[in-house]
Design a protein around this ligand. Structure first.
Ligand SMILES: Cc1ncc(C[n+]2csc(CCOP(=O)(O)OP(=O)(O)O)c2C)c(N)n1
Ligand SMILES: [Mg+2]
Length: 621
């Protein structure tokens, strides 16, 4: 057997460089590079490997470990999960900074490979700087915190252990049902230990992402169920995009005249003006989709996790509605006790359409029923997009200006705050993959980091816009600097409404007078944050980092700034002051957040009673 003597870290880099995926006959190199921040826990191990023997893998220097993992996840999401960046960190704080982003990736079913450094396996310098000392169990270290947020977790305590671990890591990363964060914790001494690795470990390896056909019986059962139903509604989730099942979804919808509603991850499967696309569904859904959801007798959920935002906390549907769940993950296809069509969405949709073909299946929607609902909703969007406000720019008006000014091929990236709700209801995507929303974790700080990752993926072919609130921007925007460093342009559209306004709204909708959510100075008299708004010059802040920056106080200024930003070649920020509270509200939807049963506030008690009523009207399973 021919062997090559390498350190564990050198072997890992060499292995990663030789991994490919094959989907529908197309072969794609899986690992594009490594994002990393070095510390004593990785600089002499994987750092040395990346310096002297990187193969084709480039190191992108992160600025915050969480931000860098969000960027890697956004890259993978934009690439339909077919390409990744691995992420390396030091031990202790550097490692733990990746945990939040690992959870974000896992919830969204996005592959990220995390390589946190870990304590010395030998324990020679015990305790090393940044080592957690768990007195009761010395095998526990900071990297154990990755276990609940990882789909595969391993700690490489001997160099030869890398081989089976790396194969298992690849299995999970390339499995459409299982994918998410994969963590290989790397004790810092083991990274540097050598082993005679068999050459075969490094030969080119192709991971076939074969489409898994749903069982024939499951297709027949779903078709039978559907045949008896008059008012089906398709709910398209992110799985439709990941499975490249857009045309099969469109065929099924068009052949039988079934309206299509979209989740946050599924939005953009059909162009907004497709006659059967009724837009977002659920808490942040459109009136058209939510009315259709209420009267549907069967929901065909495709590639959706049915989060509470999609189901309006299980109140979106009629009591006796039934479900057909096409999903590659059994966790999701089993939900609601529906007819589970476990398998690939492209095949599942095609087979379901074929099974219906002979039956002469027809829905019972009135001639203009869906079209009328859609028309009414389109008029509502037009109204909100043009909304004037005497105190300044309304948030929905700003979004209308952005929608009209940017190229329809642009990708918008968003994650948390009031903007995801507005965008889910209002945004009009012209083509798939132009709406990049992280709403599994809705993790503040994903926006700028994610826009950088999406821009790496689109490689200059599309403009990428981060649409971000002031709160989210402040929480994490460090990868703005990386975008400048890499010459990867993003445009940041920063909505300044003086605080965490969606939570401020949520709070006031449940009996509060407003507490602790706006960016106001502490008032001496009240002792609370009730003073004046803090003046923050976001444009100056971005400029100080080396970005181009504009401030847009009106619709006209915003339009001009957007046109200027398009001409810029470097990362650009547009600061957009908007009037607080000028975001959209719900349309026939409800979100259960829990309200106190006892309180000194009568408004809170009223909200509790309201919640109880809503829960009674919602489903339990
Ligand atoms: C990491 C993280 N922490 C907390 C939250 C809870 N949260 C959701 S939205 C929000 C406020 C967002 O403020 P901003 O970005 O300014 O958006 P706005 O609501 O004002 O539009 C908070 C605190 C979250 N989603 N993510
Ligand atoms: Mg805000």
């Amino acid at each position: 057997m021919t062997t090559i003597r390498l350190t564990m870290a050198q072997a890992l880099v060499r292995f990663l460089d030789a991994q490919y995926v094959s989907v529908d006959g197309e072969e794609i190199k899986f690992v594009q590079g490594v994002m990393g921040i070095f510390g004593h826990g990785n600089v002499t191990g994987i750092g040395e490997a990346l310096e002297y023997s990187p193969g084709s893998l480039t190191l992108i220097q992160g600025k915050n470990e969480q931000g860098m993992v969000h960027a890697a996840a956004a890259f993978a999401k934009q690439k339909n999960r077919l390409q990744i960046y691995a992420c390396t960190s030091s031990i202790g704080p550097g490692a733990l900074n990746m945990v939040t982003a690992a959870g974000t990736a896992t919830v969204n079913r996005i592959p990220v490979l995390l390589l946190p450094g870990d304590n010395f396996a030998s324990r020679q310098p015990d305790p090393v700087l940044q080592q957690l000392e768990v007195a009761s169990d010395y095998t526990v270290s900071a990297t154990d915190a990755f276990k609940p947020v990882s789909k595969y977790w391993d700690r490489i305590v001997r160099p030869e252990q890398l081989m089976p671990a790396a194969l298992q890591a690849m299995r999970v990363l390339t499995d459409p049902a299982e994918t998410g964060a994969v963590t290989l914790a790397m004790p810092q001494d083991v990274q540097a230990e050598a082993y005679d690795y068999p050459e075969a470990f490094f030969s080119k390896r192709i991971h076939y992402i074969d489409r898994r056909p749903p069982a024939e019986g499951a297709v027949q059962r779903a078709a039978e169920l559907l045949k008896g139903k008059k008012k089906p509604l398709i709910i398209a989730g992110g799985g439709v995009l990941y499975a490249s099942a857009v045309s099969e979804l469109q065929d099924l919808a068009e052949t039988y005249g079934i309206p299509v509603a979209e989740t946050q991850a599924g939005k953009s499967v059909l162009p907004w003006n497709h006659p059967l696309n009724v837009g977002g569904v659920g808490v942040t859904g459109t009136l058209a989709a939510n009315l259709l959801a209420k009267q549907a007798d069967v929901i065909i959920g495709v590639g959706t996790r049915y989060s509470d935002f999609t189901t309006s906390s299980k109140s979106a549907f009629a009591d006796d509605v039934q479900f057909i769940n096409i999903n590659v993950s059994p966790l999701d296809s089993a939900k609601w006790g529906g007819a589970a069509l476990t398998g690939d969405a492209k095949l599942g949709l095609k087979q379901l359409a074929e099974a219906l073909e002979a039956s002469g299946y027809q829905t019972a929607y009135g001639d203009h029923e869906v079209a009328d609902l859609k028309k009414t909703w389109d008029a509502e969007v037009d109204r909100l997009y043009a909304l004037e406000h005497e105190q300044g720019l309304a948030q929905t008006h700003a979004l209308g200006v952005i929608q009209n000014a940017i190229d329809p091929s642009s990708v918008i990236v968003c994650a948390a705050g009031s903007l995801p709700g507005d965008l889910h209801r209002l945004w009009r995507p012209a083509e798939p993959k132009t709406y990049h929303m992280e709403y599994g974790f809705s993790c503040m700080g994903y926006e700028v980091s994610g826009a950088f990752g999406a821009a790496l993926a689109t490689a200059g072919e599309r403009e990428v816009y981060a649409i971000v609130g002031d709160g989210s921007y402040f929480m994490l925007h460090s990868e703005l600097i990386t975008s400048l460093q890499e010459g990867v342009k993003i445009t940041i559209l920063l909505f300044d409404n003086h605080g965490f306004q969606c939570i401020h709204n949520l709070q006031r909708g449940h009996g509060s007078e407003g507490f602790g959510n706006e960016f106001r100075y502490r008032d001496k008299a009240s002792g609370r944050l009730t003073g004046s708004y803090m003046p923050i010059d976001f444009a100056a802040h971005a400029r100080s980092l080396g970005a181009k920056a504009y401030k847009a106080n009106s619709a006209e200024e915003l339009k001009a700034a957007l046109l200027q930003a398009k001409q810029e070649t470097v990362t650009t920020l547009i600061e957009i002051p908007v009037v607080p509270g000028t975001n959209t509200a719900g349309y026939e939807s409800w979100w259960n957040v829990g309200v106190p049963e006892v309180s000194v506030s009568n408004k809170v008690l009223d909200a509790h009673v309201d919640m109880k009523q809503r829960i009674r009207a919602a489903r339990m399973i």
